[in-house]
Design a protein around this ligand. Structure first.
Ligand code: F0G
Length: 465
């Protein structure tokens, strides 16, 4: 008998603990959406059938993770769970100092409160919103330097998450190294479609930063997914294990921030990891104030155990193959049916280009918000708008249409199966067929910052609009 290469990429796990999902009628969903002020963030999760709001902290843990959690050490100081956590983080990243935090933004808070000052500039391929907010909170500027191919959602390119290295060089010349406390790179690039960054680009950014004496840091939330893209798309890495690709990438940096709610495969947790002794000491001092003692940093011992194990599971080849394939699978179905999406599909989500799909809704009436609400009404699916509701309000209170109006459908890790994805594709194609019935929206109530979380909206052109 000959061995064969199966075409089906199956879930590399079997399920032995299940959580029911609740089916609702369209009338029930309509009532839930009205009660939520037409804002899916304000829905009760039990009224959602397939929840793709985020891939952050929403994954399923493994039996091994749960076993580690049961055996955790909850000592306040020096718990063995911390040492297991520290060992895993060091083993994967190679950084000397491991500072646990309750999630990614806590690591950002500690880092930027320590290194960023008014007048500073911190370049990145594209800052995630919490990273930007923590930098701006210190009076510094968070500067995005995305590569040119990323500006066109339909254009395919293997590493659309790359940083524009010429722009980084020009920024360092213009601003001067003294006003740049760090250069960052976010892998994968969440703000731009979950797109990967090549090793060559990380290296180029690192060399430029280091040649100028500027620390180079990685926002590592989705480092394992990024490693898989390097393995499958960048010449010279085909035969390498994802963990070795990750190690090589981290070796180019002086530290990282991490939300373990993504590629830490955990429901909560994160860390700041650094090589610089003096900087690490200053960060630990602030950590004690805001997160807790440096051997738990806002996490329970069982959370530390879950991350210690999860980091390795995120790097498992069979898992990564299935993970990236399930996103690509949905993308292929949508592209084949002519639904515009950000191409190619990234590591954790499919992004639908709602402005292109819903040409009858002017950008001022939030087409991506409308599409997302339509997906919920029709199929009980919850994604998130990444468009003018999220980004349109300027700091002076004025309104500016965002560059793109996207709906992000982020996949929780190891949670949904292929039939869930088939159902999802069916719902999206049906919405596309009924798109003329989707209304524009207007905001009737909003907070001054990060308004998308709590805003209340109304459809335009209805009795209530
Ligand atoms: N950096 C990136 C690239 C992220 O995507 C996130 C979170 C963070 C930092 C902050 O981490 O949530 O643990 O504090 N992204 C989530 C999302 C919320 O839905 O994309 P956190």
């Amino acid at each position: 008998m000959r061995a064969f290469e199966p075409k089906s990429i199956i879930e590399p796990f079997r399920v032995r603990s299940v959580e029911p999902i609740r089916f609702t009628t369209m009338q029930e969903r309509e009532a839930a959406l009205v009660a939520a002020g037409y804002n899916p963030f304000l829905l009760r999760a039990e009224d959602v059938l397939i929840d793709l709001l985020t891939d952050s902290g929403t994954g399923a843990m493994s039996a091994r993770q749960w076993a580690g959690m049961m055996a955790s050490d909850e000592s306040y100081a020096g718990a063995s769970s911390f040492y297991r956590f520290e060992h895993s983080v060091r083993d994967v990243t190679g950084f000397r100092h491991v500072i646990p935090t309750h999630q990614g933004r806590a690591a950002e808070h500690i880092l930027f409160a320590t290194i960023a000052k008014p007048g500073h500039v911190i370049p990145n391929n594209a800052h995630f919103d919490t990273t930007r907010a923590h930098i701006e909170r210190q009076g510094a500027q968070a500067l995005d330097l995305p590569c040119e191919p990323s500006l066109d959602p339909q254009r395919t390119h293997p590493f659309k998450g790359d940083m524009d290295i010429d722009a980084l060089r020009a920024t360092i010349e213009r601003v001067g190294r003294a006003r740049i406390p760090a250069v960052m790179i976010t892998v994968t690039n969440n703000a731009r479609g979950g797109q990967p960054v090549s090793m060559a680009n990380v290296r180029a950014a690192s060399e430029l930063a280091r040649a100028n004496g500027i620390p180079f840091l990685i926002d590592a939330c989705r480092f394992a997914e990024n490693s898989w893209f390097i393995k499958t798309r960048e010449a010279g890495y085909e035969a390498m294990k994802p963990i070795d690709i990750a190690r090589r990438m981290f070796a180019l940096a002086d530290g990282c921030t991490m939300s373990a709610k993504k590629d830490g495969m955990s429901n909560i947790g994160g860390f700041l990891a650094l090589n610089d002794d003096e900087l690490a000491a200053r960060c630990r001092n602030l950590e004690i104030l805001t997160e807790g003692f440096p051997t738990y940093g806002g996490m329970a011992g069982y959370d530390l155990e879950a991350v210690a194990q999860g980091l390795y599971e995120a790097l498992d080849e069979a898992y990564l193959r299935y993970r990236i394939r399930s996103i690509e699978y949905l993308g292929e179905k949508l592209v084949a049916a002519g639904v515009p999406i950000v191409q190619p599909t990234g590591g954790h989500a499919v992004y639908i280009d709602a402005r292109s799909l819903l040409r009858h809704i002017p950008p001022e009436q939030y087409p991506a918000w409308s599409l997302n609400n339509g997906l919920y009404l029709l199929g009980g699916v919850r994604g998130v708008e990444v468009g003018s509701v999220m980004f349109g309000r300027q700091s002076d209170g004025s309104e500016k249409v965002a560059e793109l109006d996207l709906v992000r459908l982020a996949f929780p890790r190891r949670v949904y199966t292929q039939s869930h994805v088939d159902y999802l594709a069916e719902v999206i194609l049906e919405i596309a067929a009924q798109k003329a019935s989707l209304p524009g929206y207007r905001i009737v109530e909003q907070a001054p910052v990060l308004r998308h979380f709590t805003a209340r909206l109304q459809p335009v052109g209805t009795a209530r609009g």
